[in-house]
Design a protein around this ligand. Structure first.
Ligand code: ADP
Ligand code: ADP
Length: 228
């Protein structure tokens, strides 16, 4: 579903990605684990084409993302859902309006948006908060809204940029379990980046450990943890 091959990215004298190979299979939860500065955000940004690598190939759902521009790029991006550490909700819009945003952008009319938004809020357990504003919600609830929004356009894949790093332990576990449930129930492929081992051990099928822009280990989480 996502395939990176020999991806390199340099910022002036800093090498952020130093020949990264990564293969995320359809239907799996894949974690990229690494310390601050390892290159995780850069890696994720190459997948949604916010960043163009200096060389190498990035394929998402069969499309070479590095080769796209203009409307093709926008179309490819709309097939990718994103969630962030700080949620990135629009604070002057209700929960309902935040979740509906990708549907509006996709040109869905109001009659189609309503039922879809209701369904998404039900999936993330926030049906009773449809009319609330982000400021009236807890961190965990805000992240649920962001997840519902990310799923609105039925993406092929969900990218998570440290989605639980701003949350307390109990809320972290709730959000991780929600992501796991979405993966199981919808067959959603998830690629996440994190600096927390527990995220990988709790929900990931496979993982890569990134250090100084290189994948130093990768494979099934069970195998990675079994090693001495
Ligand atoms: P991580 O997400 O693992 O913390 P990043 O991908 O953000 O790592 O950064 C990898 C390296 O690239 C770091 O050394 C960082 O300082 C550098 N870097 C990231 N973005 C930029 C940028 N826009 N300009 C210059 N250097 C950058
Ligand atoms: P962060 O979570 O990264 O600290 P904020 O919580 O300040 O950032 O904002 C989250 C996102 O919502 C940002 O991308 C910002 O551009 C956007 N945003 C914040 N307030 C508004 C607003 N009143 N109208 C539109 N967009 C907003």
């Amino acid at each position: 579903m996502i395939e990176l091959s020999e991806v390199r990215k340099k910022y002036r004298d800093t090498t952020a990605l130093d020949g990264v190979d990564l293969h995320v299979r359809e239907g799996e939860v894949y974690g990229v684990l690494g310390r601050s500065g390892a290159g995780k955000s850069t890696l994720l940004r190459t997948v949604n084409a916010l960043e163009r690598p200096d060389s190498g190939s990035v394929r998402v759902a069969g499309t070479e993302i590095t080769a796209l521009g203009g409307s093709e790029l926008r179309a490819a991006r709309s097939r990718i859902g994103m969630v962030f550490q700080h949620f990135h909700l629009l604070r002057n819009k209700t929960v309902e309006a935040n979740v509906a945003l990708p549907l509006r952008i996709a040109g869905k009319n109001k009659g189609d948006r309503g039922p879809r938004v209701a369904e998404l809020l039900d999936v993330v357990g926030l049906s009773d908060k449809a009319g609330a504003y982000p400021a009236q919600l807890s961190g965990g609830q805000r992240q649920r809204v962001a997840i519902a929004r990310a799923l609105a356009a039925e993406p092929d894949v969900l990218l998570s940029d440290e989605a639980t790093s701003a949350l307390d332990q109990q809320t972290t576990v709730e959000i991780l379990d929600l992501l796991r449930r979405l993966n199981r129930d919808l067959g959603l492929t998830i690629l996440l980046i994190t600096h927390e081992l527990q995220v990988v051990t709790r929900i990931c099928d496979s993982a890569a450990i990134l250090r100084a822009g290189r994948v130093v280990e990768s494979g099934k989480v069970a195998d990675l943890l079994a090693e001495p």
